[in-house]
Design a protein around this ligand. Structure first.
Ligand code: NAD
Ligand code: ZN
Ligand code: ZN
Length: 354
């Protein structure tokens, strides 16, 4: 089969012929119907050096996957070939309390996992391939009726990550509150929809690209702004001088973090989701009183079930740009130059084939 391999850090991924994996005990082979291209793939390819992470190349890219169960190893029960599934991407030890709660991103015993702190497309082979080997059926969520793998794939990360971040701040997103979303790309456009569908907050989206600002508006943002010298004043004006109760930063640069603080109201949450590498000085007087600053990483299995349900009910819709598997490199290139609105999804199979 074909697979998009990252063979070393700082190298262009290449499409290679590799053997189709055979599922061993407990494992499931998924025929891939959608593998999203995430900006984290670009950070991974270009910004990491040997030893920076507990894992490294070579591995197949693609950590945002959905498809159909194709073959099952001994001991797998409850699934049948052709069943559409989404794949939970973080693969922890499966035994610690966090993993038992479905929060494998924060596994307490990464030393017992197949790869510490990683998963498919993150140290182990991912879904930018014809088939994806999933090490345990606990990582599969059956797709609800009416949701296809191409649209489900982005929900496993671009949907799940903002969902987890929004949920964490739910108590602050009451009627009368304001949420600011910075960066309306793959994650941000779903973040805006999730805020709209699951909270009573007013949503202000901040985005530098014209076409992505249009997407923010289609996604349900109440006000869409461009970064620039007037931005903070515009947010303050729109919030009667109070500022935002929650800021979700899907960029994470020095500039956006400065903006986040300048827009924040006392008691606000500032959540850093983007891996932009910026820093934010936090001291008694550098942020408004009782502001909480946190990063969030991905989300948990039960939250993915909720995200998929939102989508199946038409309350959440990933806007996608499709690419064939042979165009996977192009998908990443398009993402890198800001030519993708919503999510680029690599589609190795358009329907299930026995
Ligand atoms: P994307 O490229 O699809 O979207 C980023 C958007 O931000 C683009 O629309 C871009 O135009 C916009 N942007 C860039 N700079 C801006 C600025 N200064 N002001 C306003 N808008 C700006 O990327 P994505 O796949 O949505 O990922 C977003 C970030 O989140 C990346 O850094 C990615 O690595 C990270 N990420 C984090 C997690 C996590 O668990 N924390 C999960 C997935 C992705
Ligand atoms: Zn990602
Ligand atoms: Zn664990």
């Amino acid at each position: 089969m074909k697979a998009l391999k990252l063979e070393s850090w700082h190298s262009q991924p290449v499409l290679r012929d590799v053997p189709v994996p055979r599922p061993g005990p407990g494992e499931v082979l998924v025929q891939v119907g959608g593998a999203g291209a995430c900006h984290s793939d670009l950070h991974l390819i270009h910004e990491f050096d040997e030893g920076a992470l507990p894992w490294g190349p070579p591995f197949t890219l693609g950590h945002e996957n959905a498809g159909w169960v194709h073959a099952m190893g001994p001991g797998v029960t409850g699934y049948e070939a052709g069943q559409p599934v989404a794949v939970v991407g973080a693969w922890g030890c499966g035994l610690c309390a966090r993993c038992r709660a479905g929060l494998e991103t924060y596994c307490d015993r990464p030393d017992l996992a197949r790869v510490a702190g990683g998963g498919g497309g993150l140290g182990l082979d991912g879904g930018m391939a014809e088939y994806l080997l999933v090490p345990d059926q606990r990582h599969l969520v059956t797709l609800p009726e009416g949701l296809d793998p191409v649209h489900a794939a982005p929900l496993t990360d671009a949907g799940l990550t903002p969902y987890h971040a929004v949920r964490r701040s739910r108590e602050k997103l009451v009627p009368g509150s304001t949420a600011v979303v910075i960066g309306v790309g793959g994650l941000g456009h779903l973040g805006v929809q999730i805020l709209h569908a699951t909270t009573a907050a007013r949503v202000i989206a901040v985005e530098s690209r014209d076409s992505a600002r249009d997407l923010a508006e289609r996604s349900g943002a109440d006000l869409v702004l461009a970064p620039g010298p007037d931005l903070v004043a515009e947010v303050r004006e729109a919030t009667h001088g109070l500022g935002a109760d929650v800021v979700l930063d899907f960029v994470g640069s020095d500039e956006t973090l400065r903006t986040a603080v300048a827009c924040a109201r006392m008691l606000a949450d500032i959540t850093i989701v983007g891996l932009g590498g910026g820093t934010l000085p936090v001291s008694f007087f550098s942020v408004p009183y009782e502001v909480s600053v946190q990063s969030t990483y991905w989300g948990n299995r039960s939250e993915l079930v909720e995200v998929l349900d939102l989508a199946a009910r038409g309350l959440l819709h990933a806007e996608i740009v499709r690419f064939g598997l042979h165009e996977a490199v192009t998908a990443l290139e398009q993402l890198a130059i800001g030519a993708v609105d919503g999510r680029a999804v690599v589609v190795p199979h358009t329907e299930y084939r026995r």
